[in-house]
Design a protein around this ligand. Structure first.
Ligand code: 13P
Length: 251
C-alpha cells in the first residue's frame, strides 16, 4: 500500500507571519490524520519559522528548489544542506515554473535530484506536458523524456525517497483540472516507465501525485483513481481550511 502524500506548494506567496499562521491553523485540522503525509513548501525566507511552527506535528516542511553544491561561491543559490539546517526534509525539484520560466533543463534537474538525495533529502520530482505538446500528440514522448533523463543514474533504492508529481502545465493555476481519467492515464504510463527502468517493485511502491488546479471539491474524485497517490497543490494550499479539506479527501 502506498501512503498518500499531499503537499502544498506555496510558490512565491505568504510572508513569514502568514506562513506561520497557516501552519498554526492547519495543525489542529490534520492532527488526527495519520495515514496521509502532509507537507507544506514555503518560500526560503519562511522555511525556518514555518519549520519551527510545524515541529512536533504531522505537518512536514519542504523547499521549492535546491542547488547542486553544498556551499561556496554560488550567489543566490541554496543547497540541500542549508535547507536541512532550516528544518526542511523535502524539496520540490523540476517544477514546470522552473523548467519553463527559469529555463532549467532535464540535465540540471537530474543533477539537482541526485544531489538532494545524496544529501539525505526527500524529493518531489515534477513532470508534465505543455498544452501544445498534448495537442501535438507528444505527451507520452515528453513524459518519457522527463522521467528517463530526470531519474538517470538513480537506483531502485534511491526511489524510496522520491515522489513523482504529474503536473500538466495547462492545468496549473488555470482552474482547468485534468479529468480523473486524464490523470490516471499519465500516472499509469509513468508507473510503467518506472517499472521498465527500475523494476516492478520500485514501480509498485513509488508514489505519483497529481497537481494542477486541485481543489477541495475535485480532490476526492481524482484520488479515487488507483494510481493517484496524492496531490501537489498550489492555490488551494494557501488557506488552511481548503488545504485540510484536500488532505481529508485523501484520508
Ligand atoms: P495550482 O494548484 O494553483 O494549479 O498549482 C499547481 C502547482 O503548480 C503545484 O505545484
Amino acid at each position: 500500500m502506498r501512503k498518500p502524500i499531499i503537499a502544498g506548494n506555496w510558490k512565491m506567496n505568504l510572508k513569514i507571519a502568514e506562513g506561520v499562521a497557516l501552519v498554526e491553523a492547519l495543525k489542529p485540522l490534520v492532527a488526527d490524520v495519520d495515514n496521509v503525509e502532509v507537507v507544506v513548501c514555503p518560500m526560503f525566507t519562511a522555511l525556518d519559522a514555518v519549520a519551527k511552527a510545524a515541529a512536533g506535528s504531522n505537518v512536514q516542511v519542504g523547499a521549492q528548489n535546491a542547488y547542486v553544491k553544498a556551499s561556496g561561491a554560488y550567489t543566490g543559490e541554496i543547497s540541500p544542506q542549508f535547507l536541512q539546517d532550516a528544518g526542511c526534509a523535502w524539496v520540490i525539484i523540476g517544477h514546470s515554473e522552473r523548467r519553463h520560466i527559469l529555463g532549467e533543463t532535464d540535465a540540471l534537474l537530474n543533477e539537482k535530484l541526485r544531489f538532494a538525495l545524496a544529501a539525505g533529502m526527500k524529493v518531489m520530482f515534477c513532470i508534465g506536458e505543455l498544452l501544445e505538446e498534448r495537442k501535438g500528440g507528444l505527451m507520452n514522448d515528453v513524459i518519457r523524456r522527463q522521467v528517463v533523463e530526470g531519474l538517470k543514474g538513480l537506483t531502485a533504492a534511491d526511489l524510496a525517497n522520491v515522489v513523482l508529481a504529474y503536473e500538466p502545465v495547462w492545468a496549473i493555476g488555470t482552474g482547468e483540472t485534468a479529468s480523473p481519467e486524464q490523470a490516471e492515464e499519465v500516472h499509469v504510463f509513468t508507473r510503467a516507465l518506472v517499472a521498465e527502468l527500475f523494476g516492478a517493485d520500485a514501480a509498485a511502491a513509488i508514489r505519483i501525485q497529481y497537481g494542477g488546479s486541485v481543489k477541495a471539491d475535485n480532490a476526492a474524485e481524482l484520488f479515487s483513481k488507483e494510481n493517484v497517490d496524492g496531490f501537489l497543490v498550489g492555490g488551494a494550499a494557501l488557506k488552511a481550511d481548503s488545504f485540510a479539506a484536500i488532505v481529508k479527501a485523501a484520508r
